[in-house]
Design a protein around this ligand. Structure first.
Ligand code: GRF
Length: 216
């Protein structure tokens, strides 16, 4: 079982989707730690209700980003975390943090990247007038929502949409996309080619071993 750490700052519905998928046996992973930078975040409360280990590491009051991230890395390492899933974590992570989990930090974003990175992606999509938007699961690099894409799901923009109605329909797709993307990353072989994350074909099964002739 791969040990996941989830970082969140708010509601935590994507964390719940990952945990539900793991509990159903659809994701070969266990959530080893849920960590957040906002003490009252509802997602942390949901994690406590589910009996999961929780770490509250507020960034306010910390001397600088490096000291906050050092505590975060320490908590994740002590919990044996192998992969870090960002689920509404409202802080950029430094190259030093990413180097602690190389190619093992994943994020979900509510648009079809590279369109509409950053905050309020759903409102950005509406304001731009696109007819299709969606969500993207991607590996995290040092840029803003810019790492290699793992999986995307599309959502139609309706004429009557508000940012809230559009966000709600995208969120439904996020809850499918994140566990599916993590499942692929954890169970399949993959490589990074330039900007592209490529899943490799499964190796051919070895030929069946001929039954040994009985020794007389
Ligand atoms: C989601 O829309 C996700 O795409 C974005 O932040 C939001 C988090 O929602 N990164 P939740 O806290 O998982 O409900």
């Amino acid at each position: 079982m791969t040990r996941l750490g989830v970082l969140l700052s708010g509601r935590g519905s994507n964390f719940l989707a990952l945990h539900d998928a793991a509990r159903r046996g659809e994701l070969p992973a266990e959530i080893a730690l849920v960590a957040g930078n906002v003490a009252g975040a509802p997602g942390l409360e949901r994690a406590r209700e589910r009996g999961l280990p929780v770490a509250v590491l507020p960034h306010r009051g910390e001397h600088d980003r490096a000291s906050h991230e050092a505590k975060l890395i320490g908590a994740l390492r002590r919990a044996g975390v192998e992969w870090v899933c960002l689920a509404g974590y409202m802080r950029l992570l430094s190259p030093d943090f990413l180097a602690a989990f190389p190619c093992r930090v994943v994020n979900i974003h509510p648009s079809l990247l590279p369109a509409f990175p950053g905050l309020d992606a759903q409102a950005q999509a509406l304001a731009h007038g696109v007819k299709i938007t969606g969500c993207t699961v991607h590996l995290v690099d040092a840029g803003l929502d810019s790492g290699p894409i793992v999986l995307q799901r599309a959502v139609e923009v309706l004429d009557g949409d508000t940012p809230e109605t559009l966000a709600a329909r995208i969120l439904e797709q996020e809850h499918l996309a994140y566990p599916e993307a993590m499942g692929r990353l954890l169970t399949r072989r993959w490589e990074i080619h330039g900007r592209r994350l490529i899943f490799l074909p499964a190796p051919a099964a070895p030929p069946p071993v001929a039954a040994a002739a009985p020794v007389s």
